[in-house]
Write a protein that binds this ligand. Structure first.
Ligand SMILES: [Zn+2]
Length: 64
């Protein structure tokens, strides 16, 4: 087995935790907007509203 050194410093545990927390927060925001918002926030523009509506249908979330 060969070891490959890329020259990059390994990510610190705090950086990994921060990146994971940000990713999870964004995932929950997208899940809320697509699955549960029903136009409360996404009504600001019809494009965004229609995009979230299509996302609900794409994911099979009950809509109408
Ligand atoms: Zn629908």
């Amino acid at each position: 087995m060969a070891l490959v050194h890329t020259g990059e410093a390994p990510a610190s545990a705090a950086a990994v935790v921060a990146a994971t927390a940000i990713t999870v927060a964004i995932a929950f925001l997208v899940l809320y907007l697509v699955g549960f918002d029903q136009g409360t926030i996404s009504r600001s523009g019809m494009f965004l509203h229609e995009l979230m509506h299509d996302g609900r249908h794409l994911l099979g979330v009950p809509c109408h």
